[in-house]
Design a protein around this ligand. Sequence first.
Ligand code: SF4
Length: 460
Amino acid sequence: MGIHAPGLDAARFAFFALYTLQHRGQEAAGIATCHQGTAHIHKGQGLVPTVFNEDNLSTLKGEFGIGHTRYSTTGGSGLRNAQPQVIETLDGPLGVAHNGNLVNAHILRRQLLERGVGLQTSSDTEVMVHLLTAASGDWMNRIKALMTQAEGAFALTILTRDAVYGVRDPWGFRPLVIGRFDGGHVLASESCAFSAIGAEFVQEVEPGEIVRLDANGVHIEKGAVPKQRAFCTFEEIYFSRPDSIHDGSLVHSTRQKLGRELAREAPVKADLVVPVPDSGTPHAVGFAQESGIPYTEGLIKNRYVGRTFIEPTQHVREAGVRMKFNPLGDNLFGKRVVMVDDSIVRGTTSGPLVQMMREAGATEVHVRVACPAITDPCYMGVDMASRDELIAGHRSVEEIRAHIGADSLAFLSIEAMMRGLEADDGYCNACFTGEYPFESERFVQLELKPKEQFANVWGD
Ligand code: SF4
């Protein structure tokens, strides 16, 4: 996120905005501000309320600020890679907060090292910091130069001496929106951040656009020629908060539409529709509405256990599932259940949940998934690093059904998903299709796992 709060401390707003964006990253959090040309920064590992307190927030002076919650894709999850990354330049402080993942980071990194630039982290964000520093002209021109070199997903907020910039890559993989509040403006990955700070939604940053927030208000420029739009479908299905707005539609409503499509495409005789909370809930509501099968809670989620999918190791993920859910036996006993989930990535959650429902007395457990099978890795900022880790990477639907122990299993088709999204194109569906929105020559290099491409002295 980024903010210009004239006459106020931007960090206070940033803290509350980051709190609402916590779902986008739980490994580390940070805020950087600028006051009269002096930069202030605090960042640490863990959740936003763990990292920040009154003492450290009060040191973050200035009306310009950027903030970040980290979820690692390129580079490890250690403190070294926490963001924002801030350096000193001839033109004052430069801070960058990045959501996404560059597919050519390994090439750009190598070029920087060959030019004698030393790197302190293993993240692709630092690469962009140095490209911005090395470019010539004012910050707007430097950002435009960066946009010609960086390939992949990058929604950025950038802090300088007297402005905050927002940048969205020419494909528009990751969301970025502009809000307004009394006297100031704010940029955030999702509009859900606005209500926490009393801001209202103004508009989305379009693919290829640069936004500058400064003493003159908001200024928007085209930074790069937009490519074929490729907004991440997974933002709609899982990643974004349901109370955010993408493309003018509430994410919760979109998910209900996907659930209705699923009920039409893969009907099943059952007594109850049970969501996998919380991310499967709106899809299950849609499934129940369309099928006429009663919607009931059948799993209680411990809300104090983080998202299992985005924690960095498989071991932590598997332990997390058992801590995270408990079945409601009275609701499930003797019932044929349709368990609706938003997606199945590694399959570490689905099998234990089916088992739990059976142990609680469900006579049948049918699994319905509100997106297609995920067969291919994402290189654009969602951590599904290798095909081998994906349950659908090398298995048929029937093999997955047997693996998770369900009575039946169905995934939403691409066609039905696009109907639910009310779009013919404009979305990235690469993890469902293996068709990435980049030139194939570039993509051959990505046959390597990102971590293998990205060998570095930091070992992560
Ligand atoms: S590959 Fe999947 S997760 Fe990655 S950007 Fe595309 S739709 Fe999103």
